[in-house]
Design a protein around this ligand. Structure first.
Ligand code: FE
Length: 293
């Protein structure tokens, strides 16, 4: 599943390509579920990836009224639009274009995520990232950063990277999560421009292209990943990407590259609760119903 570069480094290939599934969630928000659907139920430590993107207010205006979470993290990355979040512990804020909210639900909270606009475009991603058993009942915590606090790297000509988590060249993203040691990059790659990023060999990794097209891999094993396709990456020590010159829309490609350490723990999951055992799942329901979140 990997090919070898001239320097002897194992380059990650594309293990499989997954198309998202249109669905709706919350009070009727239309979105595309890419991880967490029958084609790709999970990619340890990643439990879910939703892309939302629409110009039509009726697709998002109902938002996500009060709902609970326990046992994992939700990562919201806004590309366009404004979203207000508010939880039962008194935390509240507005995500604007380019904002990241890395929410550690831990032992539990109840929150709402509602559009802070009546019209215009709403676009972004929500990723669910699992927590190890030892951290599932930790205190809830937010790492929230506006666009001005997400650093950019320019690792090669024609390549710009917003570093949300992890490191590109000498630029380090603001997010800290030792358990899964995540990388989360938002890439802009011009046609023909190339980007090489080291990734820990045994980490789960995926590339999701949201505009244009990207060549992934090296040599004969390289594959083109088009817009709204997710590439599950094979094993290897680095990933090689190139902006597609032909066959895409000819413009700058945009994609998120996400990687993290697999937890290799049993997963007991139901809706917004992700624990290790069914007994813990039942306890989560009970605690939620009795107001202990
Ligand atoms: Fe939520």
């Amino acid at each position: 599943m990997s090919s070898t570069s001239s320097a002897g480094t194992a380059v990650r290939g594309v293990r499989r390509v997954v198309q998202g599934m249109p669905t709706s969630d919350g009070a009727g928000v239309k979105l595309t579920r890419v991880i967490g659907q029958p084609q790709l139920p999970d990619l340890d430590p990643f439990l879910m990836l939703d892309e939302f993107g629409t110009d039509k207010a009726e697709d998002y205006i109902a938002g996500f009224p009060d709902h609970p979470h326990r046992g994992f993290e939700t990562v919201t990355y806004m590309l366009d639009g404004r979203m207000r979040h508010r939880d039962n512990h008194g935390n509240e804020g507005v995500l604007v274009p380019g904002s990241v909210q890395w929410m550690t639900a831990g032992r539990g909270l109840v929150h709402s995520e509602m559009p802070e606009q009546q019209e215009g475009r709403m676009r972004g991603f929500q990723l669910w990232l699992n927590l190890p058993a030892r951290d599932k009942m930790t205190a809830p915590k937010y790492q929230e950063y506006g666009p001005e606090r997400i650093p950019s790297a320019a690792p090669a000509a024609g390549v710009t990277v917003k570093v949300i988590a992890g490191r590109v060249a000498d630029v380090t993203g603001p997010i800290s999560q030792p358990a899964t040691d995540p990388t989360y990059l938002d890439l802009s790659i011009e046609p023909g421009a190339a980007f090489v990023q080291p990734l820990a060999a045994d980490y789960a990794a995926f590339l999701y292209v949201y505009e244009g097209a990207v060549r992934v891999g090296a040599g004969a094993a390289a594959r083109t990943i088009g817009a709204h396709e997710l590439a599950v990456l094979g094993e290897g020590e680095e990933i090689r990407l190139e902006g597609e010159r032909a066959g895409g829309d000819g413009g700058t490609a945009r994609a998120i590259l996400v990687a993290g350490r697999p937890l290799k723990e049993p997963v007991a999951k139901y809706g917004p609760f992700v624990m290790n055992t069914n007994a813990e799942l039942h306890q989560a329901f009970l605690d939620y119903q009795t107001g202990k979140f």
